[in-house]
Design a protein around this ligand. Sequence first.
Ligand code: PMP
Length: 397
Amino acid sequence: LFAAVEMAPRDPILGLNEQFNADTNPGKVNLGVGVYYDENGKLPLLKCVAQAEAALQADPKARGYLPIDGIAAYDKAVQGLVFGADSAILAAKRVATVQAIGGTGGLKIGADFLKRLNPNALVLISDPSWENHRALFTNAGFKVDAYPYYDAAKRGINFDGMLTALNAAQAGTIVVLHACCHNPTGYDLTPAQWDQIVATVKARGLVPFLDMAYQGFGEGIAQDGAVIQQFVASGLDFFVSTSFSKSFSLYGERVGGLSVVCATAEETAKVLSQLKIVIRTNYSNPPTHGAQVVANVLSTPALRALWEEELAGMRLRIRAMRVALVEALQKAGVTQDLSFVTRQKGMFSYSGLSAEQMQRLRSEFGVYGVDSGRICVAALNEKNLPVVAAAMAAVMK
Ligand code: PMP
């Protein structure tokens, strides 16, 4: 039966982790990861999460099946966070939201639903994008192309290229957009640029799918969600996937969601019924624990305030590390303009280093980043920064 099965290619980032684990260099630093580490290089357990979990444990409950679309209070909390609690489209019941297995699950439910709706649509993702975007939409049965995004020479976004590509796209084309903290580059569009994207998407009849995996990691919860308000104001129907993996440091609990903005309450009810079919035929219904924790934190004022404080702490620490990295590189004699590092948002930085330089970082200094030049700024701390800066400076000279 399995004689013809071929070995699938290894996940490049997991491969990097294996290589890191095997490295005997005592000063090794792993910046290839896609997670937030605290100032001690540890994955944090947020206090708001620990407190919500303690309250749940103090009053343990049996765990029946959840509804197909998840915990109602959770879905409501997701909506409040993404669209604003007093949003008019929520009051008008124009948003169908379902609990999903991480942000990945939200994307997959949306992709499977879109495949039923518009099977021949082309999907456009950014060049470059989170690696799983292409694979996920391809496996959902779509042809996937890319729109220009990163401009290496400019250390920024090829905005004209992006607009031109969207203007040339056929009506019905699904456009996957990073709502904030673009992975992998760290470069985000300005509100004025988003206005132009929204206008183009509308004029061309494209289908926007916003991936919001880092809300709160860029400028703040509301600021990072501002693009959602711009799409709401346009009157367009659109998709938003949500991930709490990073913002709650709940990677392994797989807590996410999918929201679909529709034209009317009636359409919303129909869309929700179809999303439920997608879920039902894939995994029946979602798991309880992580979503219950997030729902409790978001809907309990004291826990919510604590979460916002802890999220701000993560955001500010990343920003401080960007500033410290630039200063350390300059001190180590790097003279080129490094202002792009502090312009970037979120966990990642496209360092501008070549694959060859990234390989030298690994082999000569034990500093692990992705060959694309991506480093995880959220994995930097006061202790490993001098090692990283010295290594980067050595390969940059
Ligand atoms: N979208 C982007 C842009 C991401 O970077 C990630 C995770 N790294 C996801 C989606 C998936 O999030 P989750 O781990 O919650 O599935």
